[in-house]
Design a protein around this ligand. Structure first.
Ligand code: KG4
Ligand code: ZN
Length: 338
């Protein structure tokens, strides 16, 4: 079965074609960085309009890449939430239209489940059960994954998501958008220990996170210096060190408390090289990441998550609908991964 995947939840249009027998046949991505850069963050209406412009050409490109024409597609999976409502509706309308015209099933995919399953596209796919650290622009969650679709939330952010904190700190430091990669780049030229930021909520039990204080710490640090390039790099270094240390500590704690020894890391912040290196240094843990391009938003993870649920016998209603907020724990377990 060949499943077309459509991702339009935020500022990237992603399309992919996944074959349940042979794996990924093709994928393409259009990033809206150029659309939003002048505004220092995602402008939802501009995001929706850009998805409208990009989606059909991307589908055509992926079909050509894969050597598959439209008649060779057996189902369509799309991101139904969580995300920006207008952006989600573009993908939902396109997917439902395509599926209706061809008379094929449609699958409304949960964006965070797709992130979580993305490492399954790699040769060393993790076995169940495992713990997952989901770190994106909108989420920072630790999840116990008991089986396909069976998720227990262990910890969540009480304020900003990790990616959001990167983005806001980047803006504060004048590093531009998107913030994560910009802060990481600046941090490379920063001096460790020039500033020291707190490791929020690590001094008490529990697996929740809080990152909004780090952005405030960065603001205070910046106010106390001249704001030279070196100052800003030093602050970026202190910020990244604090986020990485905090995430690593909570991952260790989650693995200890659940007695799990496999850890999946997914979502845009999972592309952060310092985080990847620090997690890799945890003793006795089997670590699984998607390849870098599948850490951030992409169509491949949507096609794959849809394919898993399709194979398990699921399909979604023929209704153009989006769920901007959608707790992952509401999802139903499914029979097995593709
Ligand atoms: O998963 P994603 O592409 O989109 C959402 O679902 O939100 O994650 C985007 C987030 C942004 O906040 C971005 O700044 C962050 O991931 N990000 C990074 C890096 N690359 C992307 N954060 C830290 N270091 C990176 N290298
Ligand atoms: Zn995402």
């Amino acid at each position: 079965m060949r499943v077309l995947g459509i991702e339009t939840s935020c500022d990237e249009t992603g399309v992919a074609l996944y074959d349940t027998d042979t794996g990924l046949l093709g994928h393409a991505l259009h990033s809206q960085v150029g659309v939003h850069a002048d505004y220092g963050g995602v402008v939802p209406e501009l995001a929706s309009r850009d998805h409208v412009r990009r989606l059909v050409p991307l589908v055509e490109r992926v079909c050509a890449q894969a050597g598959v024409d439209r008649a060779g597609i057996d189902a369509v999976a799309y991101t139904a939430g969580p995300g920006l409502v207008g952006a989600l509706l573009v993908g939902a309308a396109a997917a439902q239209g395509f599926a209706w015209a061809r008379g094929i099933p449609v699958l409304a995919v949960h964006h965070m489940e797709a992130h979580l399953l993305a490492p399954m596209l790699e040769p060393d796919a993790p076995a169940f059960p495992f713990a997952a650290l989901l770190v994106s622009g909108g989420h920072t969650q630790l999840v116990a994954v008991d089986g396909p679709g069976a998720y227990r939330l262990l910890g969540d952010t009480v304020d900003d998501a990790a990616g959001e904190a990167f983005d806001k700190t980047a803006q504060l430091l004048g590093l531009g958008y998107p913030g994560g990669p910009a802060v990481a780049r600046a941090a490379r030229a920063g001096r460790t220990g020039a500033f020291r930021f707190p490791r929020p909520m690590t001094d008490r039990p529990g697996l929740d996170f809080s990152f909004s204080g780090l952005k405030t710490a960065a603001r205070h640090a910046l106010a106390g210096v001249d704001g030279t390039e070196q100052d800003r790099c030093d602050i970026a270094r202190a910020f990244e060190d604090a986020v990485v240390d905090t995430l690593v500590l909570k991952c260790r704690r989650a693995l200890g408390e659940t007695a799990l020894h496999r850890l999946v890391v997914a979502g845009g912040v999972g592309a952060n090289e310092c985080l990847r290196a620090a997690l890799a240094a945890i003793d006795g843990v089997q670590l699984h990441f998607p390849r870098l391009e599948f850490c951030t938003d992409n169509g491949a993870m949507i096609a794959y998550a849809g394919a898993c649920r399709l194979l398990a016998g699921e399909s979604s209603p023929r209704r153009i609908a989006a769920r901007p907020r959608w707790p992952m724990t509401e999802l139903a377990p499914f029979a097995g991964v593709a």
